[in-house]
Design a protein around this ligand. Structure first.
Ligand SMILES: [Zn+2]
Length: 400
């Protein structure tokens, strides 16, 4: 559904997007700059917000609430708009201009984060003053919940359930505005990222007796992971909407060794598990870990007690499970499209809002093909779509 006229708030959204893109808020880097810009912007429209600081004191989530002040009859429930403030890195060599300066060319707005997902943040922020204007007519509060470090494991969102609770926020519905081309998504796989470090013993290749070759150990552990991946593939869930309809395991990189004629003492490799909703990725991880600890490590330490085999879990994003009935999906159907919700293969912050008890849908403007690409862009027409949806949301939430 597209409107033929530019949305009246488009220029405000573009201006905010310009400002947001200027902060190179790459995951893991301090995000105080973008957070204080958003706080100041909201405050200038009479909207207060609160921060939630990571232990390092450098990265923050942000929560704002509009309408129905606490303690009033209409303060219960509410709708939460969720977006992440971090972006993936941008290697300037692949770009036709500075990735952190928004460019406007032939109906496109180009810059890192334009579509994933500062575009949605800009639309929500452009609409926030409109919601504030009708704050006393809102039947329940509107929340803005912006996170850090989504792209590398939803580390900000993991803190959201406690952050919401600490501020007495009890929204019942979450819309995660990731770019889905304005189609509702109600499920995604979980994602677990792991790295395994193996320490064997060093030695000369001509004298292998009494040594532990870390690459041999890695090869056997990787072989076990491959077997487990095959087992998952052989037992697909025919009713699953995912492609492929089974959990996957994969090994991505391996490093180790110094030279052909030296027994490699150290080796490490990166691997991942993407579990179908309903499958516990920890069960899969524990099977690999069982083989590693009970078979490989026992053998290694029988040769040399200083040998070690350690697997670190870098991230563990839970799956988003499709649930019915879904008031969030119904809201999207009522306001925008009757297309039935589908599934995507990327993780989102949504899983944590679902854990916090919010009915959650992933739904937002912009093309998925643009995510994480050089010259990432969102179109003006897509901005208009997002604003049109949020305007309808406002009309629905504001009692006549
Ligand atoms: Zn994203």
């Amino acid at each position: 559904m597209t409107s033929s006229l530019p949305h009246p708030l488009r220029e405000r959204a573009v201006e905010v997007l310009q400002n947001l893109v200027r902060f190179p808020s790459v995951s893991l880097s301090p995000n105080e700059g973008i957070v204080s810009y958003i706080e100041t912007y909201l405050a200038s429209h009479g909207i207060s917000s609160v921060r939630d600081a990571h232990e390092d004191g450098q990265r923050f989530n942000l929560l704002a609430r509009i309408g129905a002040p606490e303690g009033q009859e209409r303060s219960e429930g509410g709708i939460l708009l969720s977006g992440h403030m971090d972006v993936v890195p941008a290697d300037a060599s692949g770009w036709s201009g500075d990735p952190f300066v928004l460019r406007r060319q032939q109906g496109r707005l180009i810059g890192r984060g334009a579509v994933d997902m500062k575009g949605f943040l800009a639309m929500a922020l452009a609409m926030a003053p409109e919601f504030a204007t009708v704050a006393d007519r809102l039947t329940s509060p509107l929340y803005l919940a912006f996170s850090f470090d989504e792209e590398i494991g939803c580390f900000g969102a993991e803190r959201m359930p406690a952050f919401l609770a600490a501020h007495g926020a009890r929204p019942t519905l979450a819309i995660v505005g990731e770019p889905t081309e304005m189609q509702p998504i109600n499920a995604h796989k979980g994602g677990m990222e792991l790295v395994t470090h193996i320490r064997g013993t060093a030695g000369h290749a001509s004298r292998p007796a009494g040594t532990v070759n870390s690459l041999y150990i890695a090869a056997r552990m990787i072989g076990f992971i491959e077997e487990l991946a095959r087992e998952c593939a052989q037992a697909p869930d025919p009713s699953s909407p995912f492609d492929p309809p089974h959990s996957t395991l994969s090994v991505g990189t391996i490093t180790g060794g110094e030279a052909r004629n030296i027994i490699p003492e150290r080796c490490s490799f990166d691997w991942e598990i993407r579990a179908l909703p309903g499958t516990d990725p920890h069960t899969l991880r524990q099977r690999v870990e069982g083989f590693a600890q009970d078979v490989l490590l026992v053998e290694m330490q029988a040769v040399d007690p200083d040998c070690s085999l350690v697997t670190e879990m870098l991230s563990d994003v839970p799956p988003l499970e499709a649930r019915a009935p879904s008031p969030a999906a119904d809201l999207v159907a009522r306001l925008w499209t009757n297309a039935p919700p589908t599934v995507v293969s990327f993780g989102t912050d949504g899983a944590y809002f679902q854990q916090a008890g919010l009915d959650t849908v992933v739904f937002g403007p912009g093309g998925m093909a643009q995510m994480h690409q050089p010259d990432e862009f969102i179109t003006e027409a897509e901005i208009d779509q997002g604003l049109a949806f949020l305007s309808r949301l406002l009309n629905e939430m504001a009692a006549a």
